[in-house]
Design a protein around this ligand. Sequence first.
Ligand code: PMP
Length: 366
Amino acid sequence: MSRFWNKKINSIEPYQAGEQPGPGQKVIKLNTNENPYPPSPKCAEILRSFDIDSLRLYPDTDSKAVCEAVAANEGVKPSNVFVGNGSDEVLALCWQTFWEKAINTDKKVLVPEISYSFYPVYSDFYDVSIRKVPLREGFAIDADDYCSCPNAGIAIANPNAPTSRVICQDDIRKILDANPDSVVLIDEAYAAFAEDYQSAAQLVPEYDNLVVVRTLSKAYGLAGLRLGYAIASEELIEGLKRARDSFNSYPADRLAQALAAAALRDRAYYEKTRNAVISTRKRLVAELTALGFTMPDSAANFIFAKPPAGMKAETLYKNLKEKGILIRYFNKPVINEYLRISIGTDAEMDEFIDAVKEELKDGQNS
Ligand code: PMP
């Protein structure tokens, strides 16, 4: 608290990112859903040949090269794409552009009760009223829960975080059909890791009220670059640009734009690393299941697992941390018996499994 801060800053409860180890600290980092593989080798080529003199000049405000690469991948027009400084910034701009405070009315923005913990923070920060929609059995999102409830908008992470569960395109279509007057935001940060997933972006030509948000932080191994984008109708994109140009007209720098465009174009590398993460996930699920863990089916680059009876999630989290293995524990109702474990390399997962086995053995001895 400070007398120099305004009321909002004094009262806000900011988002808490997973911990980042200090320089030189050697850990197995399975706590923030980063990609265990480096970005495309095409990015290294760009870095080697980058014209440093060009940094004298401001970047392209619209990141056109990135929009074109996204458009080619997603089958939309470049004018349907908006680029921001990480998808967190794109999400924040969506909150500022499409929704507002709604007191004493049912017309609030619907978000799943358990979802990306930034959503309630944006809502507080930008004075948007939200209604948290409870999940169903096994953390399932039921599309019907979003179809008959009056609302001012809808935001759903698909796959959801931290639960890792996915809803199908038909369900998203159902939600869009039931809510033609609300902006529906689908946050596809983890969609690349869902097998056979049909992106909601395919529906953008049909629905002027749909905005799909994606990131290069996960599937492209570029969390350190900070680049995310939205795909939506030109009307929604124009709204986002109005918000951007009232805040920071140059969200993506020249180097980030060049690297992002190169990564987006390298489809072979994207497929290779994505498939590697999916196959490691399958192996991890099988091994943890054999050890007595339970978890919903994951469509993401993390799993959400409950340790076997006799082992508390929080204890396992703390003990692994002492061994230099970071995973994520949320001390919150409904999910405090679960651990979110990002998918690392096969070697990292081997070390993780060995450490878990040791903990289980120690637990039995004590
Ligand atoms: N959406 C979800 C569901 C996430 O988990 C994250 C990562 N914390 C983001 C968006 C933001 O990713 P970034 O800002 O790195 O693009």
